[in-house]
Design a protein around this ligand. Sequence first.
Ligand code: S3P
Length: 171
Amino acid sequence: MKNIVLIGFMGTGKTAVGRRLARRLKREFIDTDAEIEKLMGKTVAQIFARDGVVRFRSEEALLVKKLARREGMVIATGGGMVLDSENLLLLKENGILVALTASPEIIYNRVRSNMNRPLLRGDMKEKIRELLRERADAYKAAEITVDTDNSSIAEIVEQVTRCLLERNYMI
Ligand code: S3P
């Protein structure tokens, strides 16, 4: 059974939806940010500050190589994971990609009080708009896209499940 891989910008709900979806489908759940934090014994913000973004990206790439060999999981990725074409290829080989989207305003409201997102430091609203523009194409790589602006976590989980079933992706 293929992995279900949640991709998308920060604050689109990948972790919350992934955890619930995994419970719903009785699958193992992995969050790549949390896994890297555990491996390195530091928060994402600390990794960016002490080791740099390049180190973080190489930890992501290493982790994807390990995950691509496994099956049947729900994987929530960090927002930058699929910007790397090799990561994308590996995740696609063994997984169905589900992109979660949200408008810049909603993203801002969801992430504004979270200090663990180093890429949004400074003028957060502007950073969100700028990065969303830069990354719009990367998130289009998904087989399924679900907008999360006006839905609860439970509703998003149901919508993703329905799409997966309709398209026979769960076999
Ligand atoms: C990043 C997103 C973050 C985390 C890191 C970089 C990005 O994950 O991996 O701060 O480049 O978009 P979330 O999308 O889970 O916030």
